[in-house]
Design a protein around this ligand. Sequence first.
Ligand code: MN
Length: 280
Amino acid sequence: MGRPAPICMTDTPIDRFAECIAPAGWQAVDFISDLHLQASEPDTFGAWLDYLQRPSSERADALFILGDLFEVWVGDDVLGARAHTSTDHAFWRACAQALRAYSDHAPVYFMAGNRDFLVGPAALDACGMQRLSDPSVLVLNGQRWLLSHGDALCLADTDYMRFRSQVRDPAWQHEFLAQPLPQREALARDLRAQSEARKRSTGKDPSLWADVDTSAARAWLRHANAPTLIHGHTHRPATHALGDGLQRVVLSDWDANAQPARAEVLRLDARGVHRLPLAR
Ligand code: MN
């Protein structure tokens, strides 16, 4: 069967957010984020596979991944035949295969998060995904929904904002990707250890981390001419009223080994947004 046709997508000009206009036939779309997929967490990967492999009657018309699908991404060559055969590389290939199989039935859109911002064209292709700018506006049945990973709005975390502007700089990325794969993997381990240390000093409870800035979120929504922002990143699933009929809906992160387990999809259909908990 033919692959699903891409929806109309425009790049983000400076004064306008990117827009995706859903085809008229779409009834439901799913949003997920912050799965932080990694070889060392097979149960979370399993929960995600169960979701991807649900019967077609339960599937949405499209899947939107709003960042941090992968715990880390050091370059698309982790999927290549020349990558060393390691548990990690086999795991990334299994992720790509699962996405590719899913994308035969429904389009998959990928917005980068703060972990997987180095996912490039080759990985998108291997996974059957189309890139989504951060932020983007989804227009579904005439209604507008603003989509973002969310990290760009956590303005109070000034250390992170500095780090973000550094690593999103094309020159930094070019230099990073020019290094041999084992070196990039070692660097990523260092960065991760630093971030874990930061988390230990701030506390493990996500409620202590910087949250989305309300006035920045309101400004984005007004600019997008949309009432609702859907985002991840903060690991604090909730719906927040922002005043004047504006709101933000926060996706859950995934951790199949947490007590209780966290694995949740946000579905948008004619009734609005609702959360589908995934039982294993
Ligand atoms: Mn994140």
